[in-house]
Write a protein that binds this ligand. Sequence first.
Ligand SMILES: N[C@@H](CCC(=O)N[C@@H](CS)C(=O)NCC(=O)O)C(=O)O
Length: 233
Amino acid sequence: MAAAAGGDEVKLLGVWDSPFVNRVQIVLNLKGISYEYVEEDLHSKGELLLASNPVHKKVPVLIHNGKPIPESQVIVQYIDEAWRGTGPSLLPADPHERATSRFWAAYVDDKVGSPWFTILFARKTEEKMEAAVRAISAMETLEGAFGECSGGKPFFGGDGIGFVDVVLGSYLGWFVVIEKMIGVKLMDAARTLALAAWAERFRMADAVKGVLPEDVDKVLEFLQMFLDGMYNA
Ligand SMILES: N[C@@H](CCC(=O)N[C@@H](CS)C(=O)NCC(=O)O)C(=O)O
């Protein structure tokens, strides 16, 4: 197992194309924490995954010195606290600003993540399109949130990537995939100019490069394999 600074043992159970896993990888990169990555097969979940996330049986799970932490937003906040002082802070120090970051991060997974899931897994095109409309409306709200949170700086977190940046940014690779799947751009500079520019900045950050899935056909092929396995189960 890889040893992080201070002799910590850090393991991440994940799947390569999951936005929830990718956001944890980005944060580990931002903090400069070394870790062992274990790729899971979601059709045949490993014993370690089942034992470490018995409630949801989902990835990601972070295992820090033998102790499991499930749920990506919980993991990101855990890393920020457990490695306080190592690398940048993801959440602001001010309690009201922290609460505001948590509010928007929850909003992203609720209003962008849920439609993302429907677009991937709904059988009817009509349902996928309705979900895309809901996601676009959420992006318009997030354009306003970006203006308020960033205060004119490059990221929701200000000068550097923060909690809301990693939560929303982890979907960016999938936006390109969705455009190919259903022909709808969830993020479009014509509707959300500031967010489109933010997305470019986020993708270019060192901690992000190589983490988000970029090969659209590979993602679509993997998704199809997953759906086939699910329907034939
Ligand atoms: N709310 C969870 C969502 C995690 C999630 O949905 N993970 C998917 C992969 S993208 C998973 O493990 N699915 C397996 C299953 O549903 O059995 C989080 O933020 O960590």
